[in-house]
Design a protein around this ligand. Sequence first.
Ligand code: TNX
Length: 496
Amino acid sequence: MPSPALVPLPADVSPTDAAGLRLTGAATVSGDPGAVAALRELVRLRTGLDLQPAPDGGTIALTVTGTGAAESYRLDADAAGIRIDGADAAGLFYGVQTVGQLIVGDADGWTVPAVAIDDAPRFGYRGVMLDVARHFHPVETVTAYIDRAASLKFNHLHLHLSDDQGWRIELRSRPELAARASGSGVGGGPGGFYTREDYRAIVAHAAAHHMTVVPEIDMPGHTHAVGLAYPALAADPVRDAAPDGELPRAGEPYTGIGVGFSSLHPADAAVHAFATDVFTELADLTPGPYLHFGGDEALGTDRAEYAAFVARVSGLIAGLGKTPIAWHEAGAAADLAPGTIGQYWSFVTPAADAADHARAFVAKGGRLILSPADAVYLDMKPSDDFPLGLTWAGGATSVERAYRWEPTDVVDGVAEGDILGVEAPLWSETVRSLDDIDALAFPRIAAAAEAAWSPATGTREERTWESFRARVGTLGPLWTTLGIRFPGSPEIAWTS
Ligand code: TNX
């Protein structure tokens, strides 16, 4: 019996020769109310069938057992029915997502093959990042991306909420940010921001899909927009990295895609008061354990002042009871708060100081989130002729390149236990809509999901590019019914 095609590959799949379940409108579903609702919705979208809820003993029985590894589940399917036992609500939710991928249609209707699956994630942090600063994306786009990511068993949504081009969240303590620094984006345009209620709605939608929101306010660089609201806090633009050659002007919106020219005055008391207000309010709005403070590409900031600044901000966040996260450059700061998480964004083969900076987080009791840009930066073009995306991370990133890397092989001296997880960022310089998001993210987001969830490469027969390529090709019909406008990547043989 061939294994059913699942992405991310489960820890253990045992197909059996027995007949599978014929799924009809007569099937019933019972158990945990949240999981019952999620399964009914998924089956309705995929098949049009309206499964009837039953008090107990349904054809499909969904249970939270309260024992076993976090986020794990056991799934047994045969001709009589399907039983899913989740260790916790998240594990049960992931079992339901697996059912969504198991359903196959033919001329006679819908079937779930007979199978036994024991599944648990490799990493506890499985993230996607959406840049809502370069182009603002409304709440309904963010919630749609949450739905997509959760279906692939991602459990963190990192929101890049501020950058040179705009500030995207309303804060009571600093009202000028939303009022004066949010009205534009790359290429001009209307910009936008989330009200506190919008942000809470995103957090709630994420939580309902077992995802934790990780908000990022990037500093001391990537802060040109702060100067539109609070001119005294921002240094004059110092370095022209804009491809069109135009140096941004202090106090005027920046609509280009250059990086590295902006900085807050890192040693000013007024800047520290600003950072305190911003992260205190963000901590208050955010139930999750992490606050990300950026720290990347502060090319115009004095090195010693940069180190003192990121150390201070990491301590501020730790003092608020949250775990700080920073891009790996912040590893250069000797006094970073112990336990700060580093987000590695160099290549699969580290460039320059990146590996040293990454190891510095581990040396201080922190762990790493791996986002190697030449593998999992979803904003890279998938092929040279693709209309959207960038190419700086070693040229176009094929699906194969997105798949073929192993987390423990990236930074020497960093072991499995030093890795908190894997995150696939989507920067939005060229991304204006949900269609653009789908076009760049899919199908490579599924490769990132497998790096984050599935057993290490080389430990399972099916944990290979050849297997992945075949498995992901079968998800086309499911993705289509979920409304995902994925491009027909020529590297994949799609099932129609
Ligand atoms: C680098 S990755 C950046 C972003 C850009 C991205 C474009 C990182 C920490 N900084 O500012 O949007 O490249 O791919």
